[in-house]
Design a protein around this ligand. Structure first.
Ligand SMILES: Cc1cc2nc3c(=O)[nH]c(=O)nc-3n(C[C@H](O)[C@H](O)[C@H](O)COP(=O)(O)OP(=O)(O)OC[C@H]3O[C@@H](n4cnc5c(N)ncnc54)[C@H](O)[C@@H]3O)c2cc1C
Length: 282
């Protein structure tokens, strides 16, 4: 076998593949889910928690987590919030348009390693998208786990992702609790921040594994609430975001402590992360 040279490895990691948009759904006022199919016909196999570098035309390339079902990789799903130039261009794509895709990249959620334990998924806002593949993988093999708990927070009821699916996941074995920052009188659910749900959740703290994704401040408070309940920080995992350019551990833009988020993350164990997050502006 001929081993590729570093230059060949770099070139193959940097070359985007062409994926056609075959479906599009509006999730909230600023968020869309795009379904993509590879022009080559080769499905992009991925592990829950991995991301791709996604681009449309000359509008720049950005890291976006894969939000689809890892058991059905023929269609590649991304749920994207339009916040700036690149994400607005991606969200404006319509069926028939072509996007550039590199990846998949990054370390995955410990879905297999959590077998036998309770699993608590804690997320806020768009943070549910990177966890959707993990939720689907957990449900695919429901019998391997103890209690499955989903604690999800959004700004308001109309900003919640996948509302129909939340009911489906609940019917298939997840204890689902949803909270919003503010709502009108028609909302009958919780109002308040996600870490508050952590304090009330039923779980076996001695063995539970927690998966966190959302705004960093939410993850800090959720991790604190979990560790207060006795969930060891080595069993708490969080997905981190940093500005990213190459995705393959070369450019150094996404440095976090002694690591690169694209190569060593985005999923980290909380006991690794905590000392770095204590350093201001790291
Ligand atoms: C591993 C990873 C997975 C991600 N998964 C998703 C996803 O599934 N869906 C999704 O919508 N977004 C996701 N993001 C965030 C997404 O990459 C950024 O929103 C995007 O890079 C913004 O680019 P832009 O050109 O549209 O906006 P810009 O003009 O670059 O930025 C617009 C605003 O967003 C902020 N911003 C830019 N990049 C980031 C970043 N990486 N983290 C936090 N804030 C940022 C800027 O400070 C600015 O306020 C992910 C990021 C990472 C690192």
């Amino acid at each position: 076998m001929v081993t590729p040279s570093p230059a060949e490895t770099f070139a193959s990691g940097m070359a985007p593949a062409r994926f056609g948009v075959v479906g599009k759904r509006r999730d909230t006022s600023d968020t869309w889910t795009l379904e993509l199919e590879p022009e080559s016909g080769d499905a992009l196999r991925f592990a829950p928690g991995q991301f791709t570098m996604l681009s449309r035309g000359g509008a720049g390339e950005v890291p976006i987590s894969i939000s689809g079902d890892p058991a059905a990789p023929a269609r590649l799903l991304h749920t994207v919030r339009a916040v700036g130039l690149a994400t607005q261009a991606i969200c404006a794509a319509e069926p028939g348009d072509v996007l550039g895709v590199r990846g998949p990249f990054g370390r995955a959620w410990p879905v297999d390693a959590a077998a036998g334990a309770d699993v608590v998924v804690v997320c806020g806002g768009i943070g549910l998208a990177p966890l959707r593949p993990a939720i689907l993988a957990l449900l695919e093999r429901r019998e391997r786990y103890g209690r499955l708990v989903l604690l999800y927070g959004g700004r308001s009821p109309d900003q919640l992702l996948y509302p129909g699916e939340l009911d489906d996941w609940s019917a298939r074995g997840f204890d689902v609790a949803v909270t919003v920052d503010s709502a009108g009188p028609e909302w009958l659910g919780h109002v308040g921040v996600v870490p508050r749900l952590v304090r009330r959740a039923e779980l076996d703290a001695r063995s539970a594994v927690a998966l966190l994704c959302g705004p960093e401040v939410m993850m800090r408070f959720a991790a604190a609430a979990l560790t207060e309940r006795g969930v060891g920080p080595e069993r708490v995992y969080a997905s981190m975001e940093r500005n990213m350019q190459c995705g393959i551990g070369v450019c150094g833009h996404c440095q976090l402590g002694p690591t690169l988020v694209c190569r060593d993350g985005p999923v980290y164990r909380w006991d690794e992360l905590e000392p770095w997050l204590a350093i201001r502006e790291l």
